[in-house]
Write a protein that binds this ligand. Sequence first.
Ligand SMILES: [Cu+2]
Length: 122
Amino acid sequence: MNKTVLVLALVLVAGCSGGGTKSTGSVSTTGEPGAQAATVDMRDDLTFHPSEVDAKVGTVTLAVKNTGNVPHDLEFSDPSLGKTSTVDGMTSQDLKVTFTKAGTFAFVCTFHSGMSGEVVVS
Ligand SMILES: [Cu+2]
């Protein structure tokens, strides 16, 4: 019994370390499943705001907006989902992504190690 609790605690600790996504909150998409929209800001603190977008199965247009001066991009770990080109400071790009199934789909900025987020599709 005590051993089980200890193992669970270690798993939880391990899950929180290891350079995962730094959470900056979540937002839900707006619109119908076939035409959802959400905005993700990229800031000079090298994080996505929010780091989590909650979406439905369907198509999402992400407004990928650089609100700072440091260039960023947004690239899904699954290449079939797509990526932006470099988003320079104070500019924005729309990235249209179709999710055909539920799941968690990670994205990163390829310029900044640890700058990451995810779309949680249900
Ligand atoms: Cu970046």
